[in-house]
Design a protein around this ligand. Structure first.
Ligand SMILES: NC(=O)c1ccc[n+]([C@@H]2O[C@H](COP(=O)([O-])OP(=O)(O)OC[C@H]3O[C@@H](n4cnc5c(N)ncnc54)[C@H](OP(=O)(O)O)[C@@H]3O)[C@@H](O)[C@H]2O)c1
Length: 254
């Protein structure tokens, strides 16, 4: 039976997930904040199995829905249209982009628990948040391949986690269940499993900006399930959003 993936957000990660889903035989419905007409080029590039819609229509169309917007927009998602759905959450907290969110700064909540609270009728599963969009694509492998990599998933609803794991499997990835949304800090930014293991060893002496440019083009290295488990289990919780440099200022939330 054909399945449909709804995407709210069609940037780096949304596009990579959409491409993999189409390769796996899914239909995709893309959306963004500016309107479906701004996604024409992307839809043309993705081909017949893609179309564009509003976020609410993408949510309604999806058998599964990926929320892949900047965290500052977490409370602008279509709550009613997402009710009853499993929502795959790629969001990461970057205060320099998102503004400061006191409950996250205090580690009272993980970012995924914050999203779950704003989508009370949905089943949120954290996934796809700890890998660069390029490596998500280049490291995908068929089931059983010796160099298959894994991604962590976290959520409060076992059936929703199974849906997420099944999607990952179809897209070319193993899944490692790292627990509940409260425990999902184990794959947030600055943790051992975040982005770097998949990118691999970078050339020496890169500035942070140069490293970012390198990371966006490097094919990456295999990170098998056992290594993902090791990395997530070794994580120590630090301040969400990272250590704030003295004198740093942050944008107001939009
Ligand atoms: N880049 C990565 O490799 C990566 C990896 C893992 C996780 N993440 C996380 O995943 C999320 C998406 O990252 P990204 O790099 O894909 O971001 P991006 O390239 O900036 O794309 C963001 C997308 O979200 C859409 N959007 C923004 N506000 C929206 C709203 N209110 N309603 C509907 N759509 C909205 C944008 O649409 P418009 O352009 O029309 O505003 C755009 O399509 C972020 O939270 C990021 O931290 C990123």
């Amino acid at each position: 039976m054909p399945r449909t993936l709804g995407l709210i957000g069609s940037g780096n990660i949304g596009t990579a997930v959409a491409r993999l889903a189409i390769t796996a035989g899914w239909d995709v419905v893309l959306s963004n904040s500016r309107g479906p007409e701004t996604l024409t080029d992307l839809v043309t590039d993705l081909g017949d199995k893609a179309r564009a819609a509003t976020p609410a229509d993408a949510a309604r169309a999806g058998d599964l829905v990926v929320a892949t917007v900047p965290l500052y927009a977490y409370d602008k998602l279509p709550v009613d249209a997402l009710a009853g759905k499993t929502v795959l959450d790629t969001l990461n907290y970057y205060p320099a982009r998102d503004g400061r969110i006191a409950e996250l700064d205090a580690n009272d909540l993980t970012s995924s628990a914050l999203l779950q609270r704003s989508l009370p009728g949905s089943r949120v599963v954290k996934v796809f948040n700890n890998i660069g969009a390029h490596q998500l694509f280049t490291l995908a492998r068929p089931a059983g391949a010796p160099d298959r990599s894994a991604l962590p998933i976290a959520g409060d609803d076992p059936a929703a986690k199974k849906e997420a794991a099944d999607l990952l499997d179809a897209l070319g990835w193993d899944a490692v269940d790292t627990g509940t949304l409260a425990e999902s800090w184990r794959s947030e930014p600055e943790t051992p499993v975040y982005v770097k293991p998949y990118a691999g060893e970078s050339p020496a002496g890169l500035s942070p900006l140069e490293w970012f440019g390198w990371m966006q083009g490097t094919p990456g290295v295999t990170v098998p399930a056992a290594r993902v488990r090791e990395l997530t289990e070794s994580a120590v919780r630090g301040p969400a959003g990272g250590v704030v440099p003295e004198g740093a200022t942050f944008p107001e939330r939009r």
